[in-house]
Write a protein that binds this ligand. Structure first.
Ligand SMILES: NC(=O)c1ccc[n+]([C@@H]2O[C@H](COP(=O)([O-])OP(=O)(O)OC[C@H]3O[C@@H](n4cnc5c(N)ncnc54)[C@H](O)[C@@H]3O)[C@@H](O)[C@H]2O)c1
Length: 359
């Protein structure tokens, strides 16, 4: 099969400022595919980040994506209070690669060898283009992988925990805006009804929120109908007059143009790297739109993967840690307000403080 998704827009390598501890680039000896494993920081512990299998126009875009995403994982893991550093692995598929199950298997074995060669600096898990089942193949070559299928004793996929963390974050965003965490009667626009957005919409509808939803996949309209949600086109979603915009599709959605047209008081969603450029945080602030930093909001999955993989993991404690993402966000909003800085700056400051405390 050929991947039909659009390629992810990334900065070119020349525009990236690397500050990484280690970057490994290898050509898989079985698959022939180029694999980048970027270890951004192990200051807080073994780096943890997803394994992305994706098409890019150039190999430099794949490396740039790994560098950027691994740095973001350092912030995410630190802000979530995990004893984990940041890293990411990216398998580069040249445009037009025919991705068979056999090739995926070879790529996962090669990825396992690459990770093993780092001697425990990095642990991976599923990400865009991979799955718990593919992680089980990685595990044939290294023990530094988590999120294996429950059927073989693993902790499974993290979307449920990610959705729970986004839900807690939405409550905190509403509290900052309206003085109440109650979602009942609030109007939310959810863009992207996948693993996370689908679960989130279901939970919000059950709690009495008014939903307008969209997805590039028209089949998702069935879920909208089942939830009693209004459907809007992808192009118009960000213009809907509502309380919150909730991006749960791909990254880069908050461009200068989209920010100028938003008709909400806040943005809080699961999508990674929502800001097309860091300047977007200032633009949102200038428009009086409260932005909940994505790497704080969507940390529920990595919190789950990290804690559930520990021996004697306690599911009640894990749920409490995921729900605490809402409290971290409230702290970030308060810091931003008190010091007249953007919520992005406040979130980066929180992560930096945790990193510096570990020096
Ligand atoms: N799954 C997790 O645990 C997790 C953890 C952290 C962050 N995230 C991030 O959350 C987002 C969603 O993750 P997911 O696991 O639900 O992915 P998914 O692939 O299951 O779902 C994404 C959905 O968004 C839709 N979509 C894609 N582009 C869109 C667009 N431009 N407009 C509207 N809809 C669009 C897709 O059709 C799909 O239904 C991603 O950005 C992901 O990186 C997910």
């Amino acid at each position: 099969m050929t991947l039909t998704h659009p390629t992810v827009a990334v900065d070119s390598l020349a525009q990236t400022t690397p500050s990484h501890e280690k970057v490994l680039i290898v050509t898989g000896e079985r698959s022939g595919l180029m694999i980048t494993v970027a270890v951004h920081s192990t200051r807080l512990g073994q780096a943890l980040g997803g394994a992305r299998l994706w098409q890019y126009a150039n190999w430099t875009d794949a490396v740039a994506d790994a560098l950027r995403l691994s740095a973001a994982m350092t912030l995410k893991n630190a802000a979530a209070g995990l004893r984990r550093g940041g890293g990411k692995s990216v398998i580069y598929l040249p445009l037009g690669t025919v991705l068979t199950d056999a090739l995926k298997r070879l790529a996962m074995l090669d990825l396992g060898d690459a990770i093993e060669s780092l001697g425990g600096a990095f642990m991976t898990a599923e990400d865009v283009g991979t799955s718990a089942e593919l992680m089980a193949i990685v595990a044939e070559r290294t023990s530094h992988v988590c999120g294996l299928p429950a059927a073989i004793g693993g902790v499974g996929e993290p979307a449920e925990a990610t959705a729970a963390g986004v839900y807690a974050s939405i409550e905190s965003t509403l509290e900052a805006l309206f003085g109440s965490r109650d979602v009942r009667g609030r109007h939310l626009v959810i863009s992207g009804l996948g693993q996370v957005g689908g679960r989130l919409s279901t939970a919000l509808a059950a709690a009495g929120a008014t939903l307008t939803v969209t997805d590039i996949n028209p089949d998702k309209r069935a879920l909208a109908d089942a939830l009693g949600a209004s459907w809007v086109s992808v192009a118009d979603a960000h213009r809907v007059h509502a309380d919150l915009f909730v991006p749960c599709g791909l990254g880069g959605v908050l461009t200068k143009e989209v920010i100028a047209e938003l008709n909400v008081l806040g943005v809080c969603g699961a999508a990674n790297n929502q800001l097309a450029s860091p300047a977007g945080a200032t633009l949102l602030d200038a428009r009086g739109i409260l932005w909940a930093p994505d790497f704080v909001v969507n940390a529920g999955g990595v919190v789950y993967l990290d804690l559930a993989s520990e021996p004697n993991a306690d599911l009640g404690q894990i749920s409490a840690r995921v729900a605490a993402i809402g409290s971290v966000l409230s702290q970030i909003f308060a810091d931003a307000r008190a010091n007249e800085i953007t919520t992005l700056a406040a979130a980066e400051r929180l992560a930096a403080a945790r990193l510096n405390a570990a020096r």
